[in-house]
Design a protein around this ligand. Structure first.
Ligand SMILES: [Fe+2]
Ligand SMILES: [Fe+2]
Length: 332
């Protein structure tokens, strides 16, 4: 499948033993939605003992967590509330829609491509479900842009990755970075009350799903490391370091991409701070925003069994950076 480009695809095309979830055809009632919302954010294993990374129990419980916290919402029945002109303008002008839709499109392909290479059926199916959920995120975003008349750049065809492990690592670590900041920005948007609460509610499952995704990624990473011989492990760690360098380069704004018509698109990879101003009319300084990101990160992970590993790098980097940031003096 090398060099092949895929306009659209189903995860089952790449992973024949993956059974895509069957979602209810009818609109779910409020009680069912609330039960699913609780189920998706709280999970405790009934297994005893520690989950040593890479062990059989660690693998089994990681995959079980991912299966059992699945949220069966259906994009087709989501409500898109009527917006007043200011709220609509605020949403339409957020500089995120092209990159958000394309990121989900890339993520579903890259995750499915990597999942297809995993020999263990439990882990293969967990990553396949993750890919399927990315496809659902793309569906949610496509419905939102259609509902509010947001113009998107044409999507370039999604290329099947040449190095599926590299592509999966880039996607996984990107999600760890982006989700960490997205959790804080989402809370800023919620508190600002500039958007209807129904719209915030519509996106809440997507946010929590990203938390589950990076929880799975952190545990896949720990499990995968243990499976490698020392030679392969060294090569893998070099690749991980190269991925972080690549992501750092990408995020300081050097990355450019072309849309389907060959026009250069500048990606706003430093959206976090400008984004906070875009979703709130209160002036928020960087330190307050970082503290909020940390608090939201902790809150979103707090419902999952503490024996599962959490992504560490972004919280650690931000905690370190906060040591050098002074609190803003209160105006008197
Ligand atoms: Fe996603
Ligand atoms: Fe994700």
């Amino acid at each position: 499948m090398n060099e092949q480009t895929l306009e659209s695809f189903h995860v089952e095309q790449l992973i024949p033993d993956f059974a895509a979830p069957v979602l209810a055809q009818l609109s779910q009632d409020r009680t069912a939605i609330e039960a699913a919302e609780v189920n998706t954010r709280q999970w405790m294993s009934d297994a005893e003992g520690t989950f040593t990374p890479g062990s059989e129990i660690h693998l089994r419980e990681t995959c079980r967590m991912f299966r059992e916290t699945f949220n069966p919402y259906r994009p087709a029945v989501l409500d898109w509330p009527e917006l007043d002109p200011q709220a609509r303008e605020r949403i339409v002008s957020l500089p995120i829609w092209d990159i958000a839709v394309q990121t989900e499109g890339k993520a579903r392909l890259r995750m499915a491509a990597y999942a297809a290479t995993i020999a263990n059926p439990d882990m293969r199916n967990a990553l396949a479900l993750n890919a399927w959920e990315e496809s659902r995120h793309k569906d949610v975003l496509s419905r939102l842009v259609a509902a509010y008349g947001i113009a998107l750049a044409s999507e370039a065809p999604y290329a099947f990755p040449k190095d599926v492990e590299w592509a999966y690592l880039v996607t996984g670590f990107s999600e760890c970075i982006d989700s960490f900041f997205a959790f804080g920005l989402f809370e800023v948007a919620r508190r600002s009350k500039l958007f209807p609460p129904e719209l915030i509610d519509t996106f809440e499952p997507v946010m929590q799903e990203e938390c589950r995704h990076i929880l799975l990624f952190a545990n896949w990473l720990a499990w995968h490391r243990v499976q490698l011989s020392w030679r392969k492990r060294i090569a893998f760690e070099l690749k991980v370091a190269a991925v972080w360098l690549f992501l750092g380069w990408e995020r300081i704004g050097l990355a450019r991409s072309l849309d389907a018509d060959g026009n250069e698109q500048k990606q706003d990879n430093n959206f976090t701070v400008s984004g906070a101003q875009a979703v709130s009319d209160v002036d928020i300084d960087v330190r307050e925003l970082m503290l909020l990101c940390l608090a939201e990160n902790d809150r979103r992970f707090s419902g999952y069994d503490v024996r599962l590993l959490r992504p560490q790098t972004m919280p650690a980097l931000v905690r370190f950076a906060l040591r050098f940031m002074r609190a803003r003096k209160a105006c008197t």
